[in-house]
Design a protein around this ligand. Structure first.
Ligand code: ATP
Ligand code: MG
Length: 329
């Protein structure tokens, strides 16, 4: 089986965009690939975190993955900080990455503009740790969104540079752009993507049905004159976003949705989308809550995951240490 790896930072609560754009497709992938899913907690502290909240979100994320259909028997689910090889390889790769190439990363530029009071070294070297996350497991594929493509590119550059200096140590991974995973936009700002770092306009997976309904009823729709449900990303980003969400959940085409709401206004459409989201998320929320009440089970999952991941990661790290000339213990 080919190997596939992906992580999400527990830097905020998971939302509808994370689900429809990523997690939803993962259960399927695990039939086809040997999958590693990790909670990228090391990465979160490039921005100040509340420690108790970070712990809560990390555990909730594990429970959510399982609730979304990732079977811990078939997938390796682990917490990044539990596998010390990530930080260790990260250091080595820091030394194989150039200041200039890190300076060109758009995410660094964005994040340092946003957190001008805390432009720390970790934020700058983030791509090296991310390269370590990936290369430790010698994956064939790394599923990423558009926004992470540059990071996979630099990971490939670092891997090639290391291999060139020391011989083939790393498999150079391919970005895996999942087929039409829905790109969900913010409900109150439909020209920006729904993102956990901008909680306004986000629909969280663990949110109560009445809160979800309220958010959908208040979703920004467009002030164009026709006020009908029609797909047009440019002219009608708000309605188009709702249509995209509705289509992703129901499997209906845009034409079908347009027909379904012909002659009806936005006021009729928005609660229907809200209902569809509520029903989509209900079983996920309930199962996540059930799992969170069984701490022993979750511990078992992430410990077994860390053990399996460490075993694989250690093999790569040993090769690297040997190649760079560290004395074997
Ligand atoms: P951050 O604001 O910290 O970047 P995020 O909400 O963008 O958080 P990520 O951790 O960057 O979430 O992304 C996790 C996964 O979810 C990635 O595969 C990403 O492509 C996907 N994803 C994130 N936001 C959306 C969205 N709005 N629509 C579709 N997919 C998304
Ligand atoms: Mg993001």
């Amino acid at each position: 089986k080919k190997v596939l790896l992906s992580g999400i930072q527990p830097s905020g609560d998971l939302h509808l965009g994370n689900y429809l754009g990523a997690i939803k497709n993962w259960a399927e992938l695990s039939e086809q690939f040997d999958c590693y899913w990790f909670m990228a907690d090391l990465h979160t502290i490039t921005v100040r975190q509340d420690p108790a909240e970070l712990r809560r979100r990390t555990l909730t994320q594990i429970a959510t993955y399982i609730a979304c259909g990732l079977d811990p028997e078939k997938n390796t689910i682990f917490v990044q900080s539990h596998v010390h090889q990530h930080a260790e390889l990260g250091w080595v790769l820091d030394c194989y990455t150039m200041f200039g190439e890190l300076s060109r990363m758009t995410q660094f530029k964005d994040k340092s503009a946003k957190h001008a009071d805390n432009i720390n070294a970790g934020l700058f070297t983030y791509p090296c740790l991310m390269a370590a996350d990936i290369l430790l497991y010698q994956p064939d594929f790394v599923p990423v969104g558009e926004d992470q493509k540059q990071h996979v590119e630099i990971c490939r550059d670092i891997a090639n540079r290391f291999n060139h200096a020391h011989g083939e140590v790393f498999k150079v991974p391919q970005p895996y752009i999942p087929k039409a995973g829905a790109r969900v936009m913010s409900l109150n700002q439909p020209d920006t993507k729904m993102s956990k770092s901008i909680p306004e306009g986000c629909v969280f997976l663990m949110e109560k049905p009445e809160d979800i309904m309220r958010k959908f009823k208040r979703a920004i729709t467009d002030s164009d004159t026709e006020r009908c449900v029609r797909f047009d990303r440019e002219a009608k980003p708000g309605v188009s976003n709702l249509m995209n969400i509705y289509a992703a959940i129901t499997g209906k085409s845009y034409e079908e949705i347009e027909r379904e709401f012909e002659g009806k206004g936005y006021g009729a459409f928005k609660p229907v989308v809200g209902e569809a989201v509520v029903e989509l998320l209900r079983p996920i929320r309930e199962e996540t809550q059930r799992l969170l009440s069984d701490k022993a089970y979750l511990e078992g999952v992430y410990r077994a995951g860390a053990e399996k991941a460490s075993y694989v990661a250690e093999k790569t790290l040993r090769k690297v240490y040997k190649k760079v000339g560290f004395l074997a213990r």
